[in-house]
Design a binder for this molecule. Structure first.
Ligand code: 13P
Length: 253
């Protein structure tokens, strides 16, 4: 099943979050959820509100968080742990988004620890990988995503990896309106899948879902989802508006 996730980043307080999720709930039909998984990833302050709304309105939208710490608790001022998220019925946690790697010093090692914490608490990580423009122009895209993928899942069991989600997000395509061509995105996602096949096995690589992210819009989702390796999308800006996001969810239209 494809998976379309909205990463709201640092947008929408808990009040506007209610409006967005209610509208999204109105726009989407049961048959849409039968064709794709739909995930919203609000800021921490809106998680509880959105969770309550999903429960009370029996929405089939799944809840995601944008980050977590790898320790279950402790003296880590300002951090939120995986068990805290699991208690809120969070299903997915974005791990290692390029903004966290670039702006907040996350490394392959901390990404790996977070992946293990998320899995250990019964949730699914959406692990982000992707190259900078410089790396792309230097022909280093494959090496970069191979290294990030191998590091993220080091020491994780194959059956757990099979249930994970990877988001391939070329950094130069995030929030720039400049998306990778479907063919380029498909090729790099193929490389990521090959890395999982080599490190684990073919069934794991086939089962794991890999999304594309970076300037996904209602107008380009169709051609991206038509590619054989692309199993979904991680959507930033266009997920903030429920009309646009619903159109992206219905990528087949
Ligand atoms: P945009 O869709 O705004 O380019 O953001 C992509 C992204 O970073 C999703 O995680």
């Amino acid at each position: 099943m494809p998976i379309i996730a909205g990463n709201w980043k640092m947008h929408h307080d808990h009040l506007t979050a209610i409006q967005v999720v209610q509208k999204l709930g109105f726009r989407l039909e049961d048959s849409d959820y039968d064709r794709t998984e739909v995930v919203v990833c609000p800021a921490f302050t809106a998680l509880r509100t959105v969770q309550t709304l999903i429960d009370s309105d029996k929405l089939r939208i799944e809840l995601g968080a944008q980050n977590c710490h790898w320790e279950p608790q402790g003296a880590y001022t300002g951090e939120v742990s995986a068990p805290m998220l699991a208690k809120l019925n969070v299903d997915y946690v974005i791990v290692g988004h390029s903004e966290r790697r670039q702006l907040f010093g996350e490394t392959d090692e901390t990404v790996n620890r977070k992946v293990k914490a998320v899995l250990g608490n019964g949730m699914t990580p959406i692990v982000c990988v992707g190259e900078t423009l410089e790396e792309r122009e230097a022909g280093e895209t494959d090496d970069k995503v191979r290294g990030q993928t191998a590091a993220a899942f080091a020491g994780v069991k194959a059956e757990q990896v099979a249930a994970c989600v990877i988001a391939y997000e070329p950094i130069w395509a995030i929030g720039t309106g400049r998306n990778a061509t479907p063919e380029d995105a498909d090729a790099t996602i193929g490389t990521i899948r090959a890395t999982v096949r080599e490190r684990f096995d073919a069934p794991t690589a086939d089962a794991l879902r890999i999304q594309y992210g970076g300037s996904v819009k209602p107008g380009n989702i169709g051609e991206l989802m038509a590619m054989p390796e692309i199993d979904g999308a991680l959507v930033g800006g266009a997920s903030l508006d429920p009309d646009d996001f619903a159109r992206i969810v219905r990528f087949w239209e």
